[in-house]
Ligand binder design. Structure first.
Ligand code: ATP
Ligand code: MG
Length: 421
């Protein structure tokens, strides 16, 4: 029979790879919790309307990237392409959004039907943070500082923070007119994608990766020239806070982001080490989203980072992820050794929670068990044969050095392992 394969663009994370994911996730959590962001866990499926209303009908995500289906009750549902919309929906539904300022974070798989390539999957993982109820630029600054601290914790260097302000929705709307006028006057120079976007989402043309369009884009009116005075003040306050905290950034008046809900601050952390998929984290302010989803106006801001790209960046900067190998491999030869070895191992696990101890299963002589112990990557073999059972001892054999093996009593073993750890 033909072998079944995973869906294109959706990857398995094999046991050899999960330790580096866990390390990454742990590092992210430590930083997020240190800023008092609390985890929220959300459904992977939401009503399609949620995304249509929030991300925006003219966006690439809603137009062509969503996994949408009808369930058995003919309800139109979508695998979430991002986390913000669901997060707002949940906080609204449970009345948390008006219960004072909220800081939450989430993690999990997102789904977009894009062309799969390096750093671009159809199922990918994000960690995101969202803050609600805070209007001032402090929270925008805090979110950026959270990111900066995450990069520091992971040892990631050489990435750039790009920053822009989209102004109020009204300012953006008038800019949109200016831009459409400018681009329409140069219609002949636009590519097919941009001609389509001219009607649906003209700001997104500024984001085009087509080199042939760069001259035209550089000549476009600047968004920053048309933002409203209040937004300009907000943007200046954000820059002051970033300056005061030593965060470097580049103002990029062409940075627009692909989702309609943003206003004022938008930012993106990028690297040049991952080719075309250089954005590792993106975010901004979205003060009108809560209203769009049916709530009362509530200021909000957040970011989302792509975990695959962060891992790829860690790998190309040479950071070694710790393998999930056992530290101890228990060799047990003979039925008596298996019996007393199991009880011994359970006692060890009681004494040393989290001890990475692997029990040999499947019998065999010393030689074949040592081979497996060696292959497991463990540092020590704990050996139990008939002699050890009779004398209530264990033989400890270092597997990665030339040091001699030695005996300890079973009562001493936990203390000895703690010493070795
Ligand atoms: P891009 O411009 O690369 O398509 P985006 O603007 O669509 O990114 P966001 O929706 O802001 O990205 O998502 C935040 C982060 O999630 C991105 O910066 C990126 O790291 C990651 N990401 C987005 N789409 C994918 C994908 N298809 N595969 C892997 N990671 C992704
Ligand atoms: Mg995208």
């Amino acid at each position: 029979m033909e072998k079944l394969q995973a869906v294109r663009g959706m990857h398995d994370t094999l046991p050899g790879e999960t330790p580096k994911w866990q390390l990454l996730e742990d590092a992210l959590q430590v930083v997020l919790h240190s800023y008092c962001y609390r985890e929220i866990r959300l459904p992977i499926i939401e009503k399609t309307e949620l995304f249509a209303r929030s991300i925006g009908a003219g966006t690439d995500i809603v137009n062509k990237e969503m996994y949408t289906f009808q369930d058995r009750n003919d309800e139109l549902l979508t695998l979430r392409p991002e986390g913000t919309a669901g997060c707002v929906r949940a906080l609204l539904q449970h009345g948390l959004i008006y219960a004072g300022p909220q800081r939450v974070w989430y993690q999990g798989p997102m789904f977009r039907h894009e062309r799969p390539q390096q750093g671009r999957q159809r199922q990918f993982y994000q960690v995101g943070a969202e803050a609600f109820g805070m209007e001032g630029a402090e929270i925008d600054a805090e979110l950026i500082l959270v990111c900066a601290r995450i990069w520091g914790a992971l040892g990631i260097e050489g990435i750039t923070l790009q920053l822009n302000s989209l102004g109020s929705h009204r300012a953006r709307h008038s800019y949109r007119k200016l831009l459409v006028d400018y681009l329409s006057a140069h219609r002949g120079e636009l590519d097919e994608d941009s001609i389509r976007r001219l009607e649906t989402n003209p700001l997104r043309i500024l984001d085009s990766k087509n080199p042939a369009l760069q001259g035209l884009i550089d000549g476009a009116p600047s968004l920053l020239d048309s933002i409203d005075a209040e937004s300009a003040e907000h943007f200046a306050a954000l820059q002051d806070l970033l300056d005061a905290n030593g965060v470097e950034y580049k103002i990029n008046p062409r940075l627009v982001r692909g989702l309609d809900y943003y206003n004022r601050t938008v930012f993106e952390w990028t690297t040049d080490k991952l080719g075309a998929q250089g954005a590792i984290c993106a975010g901004g302010r979205y003060d009108d989203l809560v209203t769009q989803i049916g709530g009362r106006a509530t200021p909000a801001a957040g970011f989302a980072m792509g975990l695959e790209r962060i891992l790829a960046l860690l790998e190309c900067s040479g950071a070694e992820a710790v393998a999930g190998a056992p530290r101890f491999y228990q060799v047990m030869v003979g039925a008596d050794a298996v019996n007393s070895g199991f009880r011994l191992a359970e006692r060890l696990r009681d004494d040393i929670p989290g001890l990475p101890l692997l029990l040999h299963c499947g019998g065999g002589g010393f030689k074949s068990q040592f081979k497996k112990a060696d292959k497991s990557g463990a540092e020590y073999a704990l050996i139990l044969g008939a002699d050890e059972v009779a004398s209530n001892t264990v033989l400890i054999k270092p597997l990665r050095t030339d040091a001699e093996q030695y005996k300890v009593t079973q009562e001493q073993l936990a203390a000895e392992i703690k010493r070795l750890l």
